[in-house]
Write a protein that binds this ligand. Structure first.
Ligand SMILES: *Cc1c(COP(=O)(O)O)cnc(C)c1O
Length: 395
């Protein structure tokens, strides 16, 4: 492309797609690419799922936006559905993951205010990612995302992910902590799972209970069936006070949500938070349709079977060369030996094997395929990825 009028905020790959269907993306010359990334964990039901397309088309022709000055029936339906699925009491609809997290962090501040804390702090994790607004990027670990923005570092305490003792220790000597905020599995930061799995969430929840802190989960990436449960925390017995989600929530339609229960109930009141667009009739109808597909079908159990199949196939083919796997359901990390040069993998996969993948950390291949991927397609993901690694000649 010649001159671009877009701000250079992205290192874009030299390709663009004009059409998508299910697990496949197509370029203008109709070349098919197998999509094991789904727009970064967004199109969990595949591209242009017929039910979602129909919902968008019908609602676009009926009513798109009225604002939250008025009742919005679809927002009520979507809110009820989402609270049922999440086991939470009520929801605020936003338009993105960062906005949902901004709402969560504002709730933590309100909670602190109610308790009379002077300079409240939220405990967050190393290698976390929570978004790009000033408050959410301050909660984010990645130095590249933070650099130059005078992040609000006094408002956060950072501890290693998965280390409950470190968390307890960091809290020692602070009487102004209001909340702990973390991802059940860290997506952007390297597809990291805690060593003791989801038990870590139970340990954090217990610590929050003991100290009267808000237990807040960022399920922007792990939510909406991605790990095989509607929300990843449901693999544990922990119960969050605040839960955020976005990405898979609209299958590509931009929408986010911040849900509350327990200690975070009743913090927001009329006028204390808002959004012009949040939960439009169109966005809410899409959320409701995604909920229906997720709950009326075997999509989430398919995410488990196919995710396990992809992980097991790749580790049995490459395990002898030091490759291991992690993650749950269709949130898949294929871990290459430390120090492996992964710089060419994305390009080789795309150009030579027509497979869309992502690298996270320095040596983890991140796969986020559609939850409803068919077995033949999962086999293709495995085959194309093995071919990619072989042509890159890096193991
Ligand atoms: C993607 C992501 C966000 C940010 O969502 P946006 O919609 O890009 O603002 C926040 N938290 C997690 C865990 C994410 O994966």
């Amino acid at each position: 492309m010649s001159h671009s009028y877009l701000m250079p905020t992205y290192a874009r790959q030299p390709i663009s797609f004009v059409r998508g269907q299910g697990s496949w993306l197509y370029t203008a010359d109709n070349t098919a690419y197998l999509d094991a990334l789904t727009g970064i964990a967004v199109c969990g039901l595949g591209h242009c799922h017929p039910n979602i397309t129909a919902a968008i088309q019908e609602q676009a022709a009926t009513l798109v936006h009225t604002s939250n000055l008025f009742g919005i029936d679809w927002q009520e339906h979507a809110g009820e559905a989402l609270c049922m699925a999440a086991g939470m009491d009520s929801v605020f609809f936003a338009n993105s993951g960062a906005e949902a997290n901004e709402a969560a962090l504002k709730l933590a501040r309100l909670y602190a205010h109610r308790k009379g804390l002077k300079r409240p702090k939220v405990i967050v994790m190393e290698r976390s990612f929570h978004g790009r607004t000033l408050l959410t990027v301050s909660a984010t670990a990645n130095p590249k995302a933070r650099e130059g923005f005078f992040t609000l570092d006094d408002d956060f305490i950072r501890v290693p992910f998965g280390d409950i003792d470190a968390l307890k220790q960091a809290a020692n000597g602070h009487d102004d902590i209001s909340a702990v905020f973390l991802e059940p599995i860290q997506g952007e930061g390297g597809l990291n799972t805690a060593a003791n799995g989801f038990t870590f969430l139970e340990e954090v929840a217990a610590l929050c209970d003991a100290n009267d802190w808000l237990f807040m989960l960022d399920e922007v990436q792990t939510g909406n069936g991605r790990t095989g449960n509607y929300f990843a925390y449901q693999h544990s017995s922990a119960k969050p006070d605040v839960l955020t989600t976005a990405k898979g929530l609209g299958n590509g339609f931009p929408v986010g949500a911040c849900l509350v229960s327990g200690r975070a109930k009743d913090l927001f009141s009329a006028g204390s938070h808002g959004s012009t667009y949040g939960g439009t009739p169109l966005a809410s109808r899409v959320v409701h349709s995604v909920y229906e597909v997720l709950t009326d079908s075997n999509v989430m159990s398919n995410a488990v079977t196919e995710g396990d199949f992809i992980r097991e196939s790749l580790t049995s083919a490459l395990g002898a060369k030091g490759v291991s796997s992690r993650g749950h359901g269709m949130m898949i990390g294929i871990v290459l030996p430390e120090g492996t040069d992964c710089s060419q993998l994305v390009d080789i996969a795309r150009d030579e094997h027509k497979l869309i993948i992502n690298i996270t950390g320095s040596h983890v291949i991140r796969l986020l395929p559609p939850l409803n991927m068919r077995r033949e397609e999962s086999e293709q993901v495995v085959e194309r990825l093995i071919n990619t690694i072989n042509s890159a000649n890096i193991l």
